[in-house]
Design a protein. Structure first.
Length: 86
């Protein structure tokens, strides 16, 4: 597993032959064994710019549900854990 900072608020996670782009803290695009993909959910103009920059254009990548992307990264595994303080 490898984490790469691409630009401000853009991070790429590489694991198991896949890559996933995080815009801010949200996984929104990537590459899997079928090629490029992007979320069908619209978040913000900035996140759209991040996706287009990462994939190489606004017409690159198939649209997938956000649930699909969350399932790849195991959404709950990447959320900060809350610890009880004693």
């Amino acid at each position: 597993m490898k984490l790469n900072t691409i630009a401000s608020n853009m991070t790429e996670l590489n694991f198991n032959g896949m890559s996933v782009l995080f815009s801010y803290n949200t996984p929104v695009a990537g590459w899997d064994d079928q090629g490029a993909f992007r979320t069908s959910t619209h978040y913000s103009p900035t996140t759209s710019k991040h996706i287009n920059k990462y994939l190489g254009g606004s017409d690159v990548g198939r649209k997938v549900t956000q649930d699909y992307i969350d399932s790849i990264v195991g959404e709950n595994k990447w959320k900060p854990q809350k610890y009880n303080s004693y």
